[in-house]
Write a protein of this length. Structure first.
Length: 81
């Protein structure tokens, strides 16, 4: 039987923003990995619950960054990231 995650359960998210963020910005997104994509975007990734996810969105808004996409991934024993 599959269980559905609750709102407070952390899940793995990848948030793509426009532009290459400098390494100095990593401290603003503590707990998330940051990688540059060849086409010019930056991916912030990590385990977040809903409250933390919305907190990241607020930081992105306050910094004037443009969100390109947000993806949630299921991580289990067969699909580790």
């Amino acid at each position: 039987m599959k269980t559905h995650p609750t709102m407070n359960s952390p899940e793995f998210y990848e948030i793509r923003v426009a532009g290459h963020l400098s390494a100095n910005w990593a401290t603003r997104f503590e707990g998330l990995s940051m990688r540059h994509e060849p086409e010019g975007g930056t991916v912030l990734a990590g385990m977040l619950d809903q409250a933390a996810l919305h907190g990241v969105f607020v930081k992105i808004r306050d910094l004037g960054l443009k969100i390109i996409s947000v993806n949630r991934s299921v991580i289990d024993g067969s699909n580790k990231k």
